[in-house]
Write a protein that binds this ligand. Structure first.
Ligand SMILES: Cc1cc2nc3c(=O)[nH]c(=O)nc-3n(C[C@H](O)[C@H](O)[C@H](O)COP(=O)(O)OP(=O)(O)OC[C@H]3O[C@@H](n4cnc5c(N)ncnc54)[C@H](O)[C@@H]3O)c2cc1C
Length: 572
């Protein structure tokens, strides 16, 4: 059953990762360090000139300066052993400053993940220690020109080099595409097809036969270096086969998705909020038709409020997944679907928020100076790398479809029952409306099963979208309740208090219920699964979803008051 209570204090504060003071200090230090190094003027220039600030990236990953790489290296290898929760907070902070720079740092996180999850103890000690001590920069080389979403199609080969009948090394041949840090890294983790199957290899920059292309001229994250890699008989020693066994590459890649997708989700969250945090003060100062834009409901309730709500719903999911990973639930990729939901909700919300922030600035938003235009271009990548939104939809839908089948259709009905129990304790957090969304979802899934409608791929992917909305609503209600009970962990974001979160959660739950009921009806009807006037509408809880909309505008008014700090509404 889907968890309806989110970040439990116990798991986050059971001593996993940094203590709250250290995390807070690190968040502030990252902010100050990056702002000092790239004030807005330099940021705009680097973006314009499509230049990666290598000095900054190296400084961030150097023990003498910021040392951010220590966060994700376990203490036994000289790092700080940050938890997933810590990493989410830092990733959000970095992305709020610049998604390109955040991507460069992330590339070392990603590049070392196959090592972390798949290497032998000796290899871990060698490679992770040098990241901690020397700030070695990594790049993660999985994607190829013909193998992106479908990594199984990879063509890069690893041919064993034999001496006296023993494998002494591998010759790598092939091409990697769009590799972050591709032109600046010191070491590369490369996925290549060995005789025993896809495997990860660690390759040093400067290896003969290994070259990097010039940086790509990109739409956004122009402060991040992205380059193709060419491998022509590049020789790696046998000791650089990660884990020492061929054929583990795709399994090792799968193991990390729950974790890495939380990081990219945090990028969507950070960048989305960075855009809104520019639009909010702008609209409070901008006078049109005799009053600030912030006092115009048609402006705030379209361009500001729904986006803040979606971002905070995504945060609820991110915090929930991070907490569960830190509690040990994510072993062997067990939380990959949850990671996908977090990434999907946050990256889509971040994109929509940044787009709205341009509109909220009017003509000024369309110029470079106000930065929201750059943020919009930057955050766009979060719906593409580490798995596109469509692949997220597919991942989510396939997993939950199986759960629906295995439980005889009870999966989301049980979740709804949990939400109704939450509603009796906290009638103000939107849990009953989230329950309607889940009940409607159970109806949609069951209709799809009866009519075999998921043979239409579009229906399957739309189910992924509706599932993310319904689960997001349940999770947000749980987080709002935890905040009201004073049970949010210390390390969680405390930007909004429980009352503010409850109002936001009610708005999000209404949207989720309506979307599941209406879009669900649309797609099952469109796929020929129901005839007009049949009993379906009842199962889809359309009436209940409509009834739940009562009070929506008043709640949006409250959220706007919070965001603009009116009437003593709480937001810190
Ligand atoms: C700036 C940047 C940085 C990157 N950094 C790295 C990196 O460091 N390391 C690395 O390995 N990779 C990296 N990538 C690659 C990235 O992960 C891939 O671009 C991404 O996985 C998508 O693969 P693709 O580009 O081949 O698109 P495709 O897989 O060809 O997808 C194209 C479109 O088709 C859709 N699609 C694909 N398959 C299906 C399907 N089965 N059903 C329905 N729709 C489908 C996709 O959602 C997408 O909309 C980076 C990419 C960019 C642009």
């Amino acid at each position: 059953m889907v968890s309806v209570t989110t970040t439990s204090q116990n798991t986050v504060e059971a001593g996993i990762g940094l203590d709250n003071e250290t995390l807070t200090m690190m968040l502030e230090t990252v902010r100050d360090y990056v702002r000092d190094a790239i004030p807005d003027e330099r940021l705009l220039r680097l973006d314009h000139e499509d230049e990666c600030p290598v000095d900054l990236v190296r400084g961030m990953c150097s023990g003498d300066q910021l040392g951010i790489q220590l966060l994700f290296i376990p203490e036994e290898y000289g790092g700080m052993g940050g938890s997933t929760f810590d990493v989410y907070r830092i990733c959000e902070q970095m992305a709020a400053l610049d998604v390109g720079v955040a991507t460069s740092v992330l590339a070392t996180f990603l590049g070392s993940d196959p090592i972390f999850f798949g290497a032998t103890p000796e290899q871990k000690s060698r490679w992770l220690t040098e990241i901690a001590e020397r700030g070695v920069l990594y790049a993660y080389g999985a994607t190829e020109p013909d193998a992106g979403s479908d990594l199984g199609a990879l063509k890069t080969t690893a041919t064993p080099v034999l001496a006296d009948g023993t494998v002494r090394g591998y010759r790598l041949n092939g091409r990697k595409q769009w590799i972050s840090n591709g032109g600046i890294a010191d070491k590369y983790t490369i996925l290549a097809r060995a005789p025993g199957g896809p495997s990860w290899f660690v390759l040093d920059r400067g290896t003969e036969g290994f070259t990097q292309n010039r940086p790509e001229d990109k739409h956004g994250i122009r402060l991040s270096n992205t380059a193709a890699l060419f491998l022509e008989d590049a020789l790696v020693p046998v000791g650089n086969l990660v884990g020492g066994v061929e054929g583990q590459g795709l399994i090792q890649a799968q193991k990390v998705f729950g974790y890495t997708r939380v990081m990219v989700a945090a990028f969507g969250l950070g960048a989305g909020w960075a855009a809104l945090d520019r639009a909010i003060p702008y609209s409070a100062a901008r006078i049109q038709a005799g009053a600030p834009l912030s006092e115009k409901q048609g402006y705030t309730h379209k361009l500001i409020v729904p986006h803040a709500v979606r971002l905070e719903a995504a945060r609820a999911f991110i915090e929930s997944v991070a907490t569960r990973i830190d509690a040990g639930e994510g072993a062997d990729g067990a939380l990959n679907t949850e990671g996908a939901i977090a990434k999907y909700l946050a990256s889509e919300a971040g994109n929509q928020a940044a787009d709205a922030a341009i509109q909220a600035h009017g003509g000024y938003g369309y110029t470079r100076e106000y930065l929201v235009e750059k943020i919009k271009r930057d955050v766009r990548i979060t719906t593409i790398y580490e798995g596109t939104s469509e692949i997220m939809e597919m991942t989510i839908a396939r997993d939950r479809w199986q759960r629906h089948l295995k439980t005889g259709g009870r999966y989301y009905l049980d979740t709804a029952a949990g939400l109704r129990a939450l509603d009796t304790r906290h009638p103000d957090v939107g849990a009953a409306t989230a329950a309607v969304a889940c009940e409607a979802l159970a109806g949609v899934l069951e209709t799809c099963r009866a009519g075999r409608l998921t043979r239409n791929q579009h229906v399957l992917l739309r189910l992924g979208e509706l599932i993310a909305a319904a689960e997001g609503a349940g999770c947000f209600a749980g987080r709002a309740a935890a905040a009201l009970d004073g049970e949010l962990p210390e390390k969680a974001s405390h930007r909004f208090d429980g009352t503010a979160l409850a109002g936001m959660s009610r708005v999000f739950a209404r949207d989720a219920a309506m979307r599941v009921a209406c879009d669900g009806l649309r797609w099952v009807t469109g796929a020929g699964g129901v005839s007009t006037g049949g009993p379906l509408a009842g199962g889809l809880r359309l009436d209940a979803a409509c009834a739940a909309q009562e009070g929506l505008i008043a709640d949006m008014d409250r959220v706007a008051d919070v965001l603009y700090g009116r009437d003593g509404a709480a937001s810190s």
